[in-house]
Design a protein around this ligand. Structure first.
Ligand code: DQA
Length: 141
């Protein structure tokens, strides 16, 4: 299974940024553990702080990958472009969040992309990503 993890803006600062919300681990450390835990999956990782680059990546992989896990960061709440890109591709996307966005500011309660995703996992810390991986594995042909 070819699975791409896409992280949006500011997620390159994990481990340094607002540690009480997002934890102490860098995404690179977590990603290396994830690859070890799921050796059968062909993982790829992409991060950008730029909305259009995230859209380009969705277009690039969205007709040939099996699965996408996307944490669009703040663009979750604002980007019609990312929502439309997810609607326009064939690869199923799971939206993930590290924090429980529903327990935070009201502007984080809305996701423009959620309705175009197969599901949403939020609030489980970095485990949110591995729960999404497990879902894709459980529905694999
Ligand atoms: C986030 C939640 C967003 O509201 C925020 O803008 C982020 C990270 C999360 O993973 O909890 O950058 O997507």
């Amino acid at each position: 299974m070819k699975l791409l993890i896409i992280n949006g803006p500011n997620l390159n600062l994990l481990g340094k940024r607002e540690k009480s919300i997002y934890g102490e681990s860098s995404f690179e450390d977590y990603y290396n553990r994830l690859k070890k835990d799921f050796p059968k999956i062909d993982f790829e990782y992409y991060q950008s702080n730029v909305e259009g680059e995230l859209i380009n990546k969705l277009h690039e992989v969205g007709f040939n990958y099996d699965a996408i896990i996307m944490n669009a960061g703040a663009y979750t709440h604002t980007s019609i472009g990312i929502a439309d890109a997810i609607a326009g591709i064939e690869t199923p996307v799971i939206e993930v969040h590290i924090s429980n966005v529903y327990a935070r500011e009201e502007y984080r309660h809305q996701s423009l992309m959620a309705k175009n995703c197969i599901g949403v996992i939020a609030g489980m810390g970095l485990n949110s990503y591995q729960l999404a991986v497990q879902h894709f594995l459980s529905v694999e042909d």
